[in-house]
Design a protein around this ligand. Structure first.
Ligand code: SAM
Length: 212
């Protein structure tokens, strides 16, 4: 995402009705941000929000919250909502390290991670969104029967993500090393921006669905 430091991005976000302005104040009350009280699905590291926008459009009976750390990236998702707003989609500009300060236990029904930053250096492993440290954070906000879905084209990151599961007491429900040629797992697949870019280059897409 080469969209850092767009002047005025913070001001746009501060006045934006699609953005939950004070995530910590909404802990345990995120349903109040939406017109209907219904399950909450979140995507962490949403980028420009293509995947979540399409998912929200297809699923009006679910409330979606897109989480993105950089306001200048989130701006693109806001522009899409300006063109065609969806009642069941909101955004949070925050670092996912603070998830348990923003969501109450079991407030979230499903979590999506798509093409998370790889942080290839070993000393940065804790920053990877599928690391055991982040799995513990997800555990603290996800419903007991909730699922987490992760897609990437980065083989090393995917192997790492699978190896982390037992350390955080998660289990794989479904795993594929070639999502686009896996009829069952690809059913209803919505491509993310990065997925379109990397699958067009011929990269296989890896995906798991996990639970605990
Ligand atoms: N999910 C999108 C896709 O598949 O097209 C974007 C992928 S992009 C490689 C990763 C995004 O995750 C970036 O926009 C980055 O700013 C965001 N991100 C990375 N770490 C994050 C964190 N700890 N909290 C919130 N967002 C994060």
């Amino acid at each position: 995402m080469r969209l850092r430091n767009i002047p005025g991005a913070d001001d746009v976000i501060a006045g934006c009705p699609y953005v939950i302005q004070d995530g910590k104040a909404m802990k345990g009350r995120h349903q109040e941000s939406f017109q209907c009280s219904q399950p909450i699905y979140i995507e962490i590291g949403m980028g420009k929000g293509k995947f979540l926008y399409e998912l929200a459009k297809q699923n009006p009976a679910i409330n979606f919250i897109g989480i993105e750390r950089y306001s200048s990236v989130l701006l693109r998702a806001i522009q899409k909502m300006d063109e065609e707003p969806l009642e069941n989609l909101k955004f949070l500009c925050m670092d996912a390290r603070e998830l348990s300060e923003v969501f109450a236990p079991e407030e979230v029904d499903r979590i999506y991670l798509n093409f998370s930053d790889p942080w290839p250096k070993d000393r940065h492993a804790k920053r990877r969104l599928p690391s055991r440290e982040f799995l513990d954070r997800y555990d603290s906000i996800l419903k007991k029967e909730g699922r987490l879905e992760f897609k990437t084209d980065n083989r090393e990151l995917f192997e790492f993500a699978l190896e982390e599961l037992p350390f955080a007491n998660w289990k794989a429900e479904a795993v594929t090393y070639d999502l686009h040629n896996d009829e069952e797992m690809c059913k209803g697949n919505i491509m993310t921006e990065y997925e379109e870019r990397f699958s067009a280059k011929g990269n296989p897409i890896y995906k798991y669905i996990i639970y605990r």
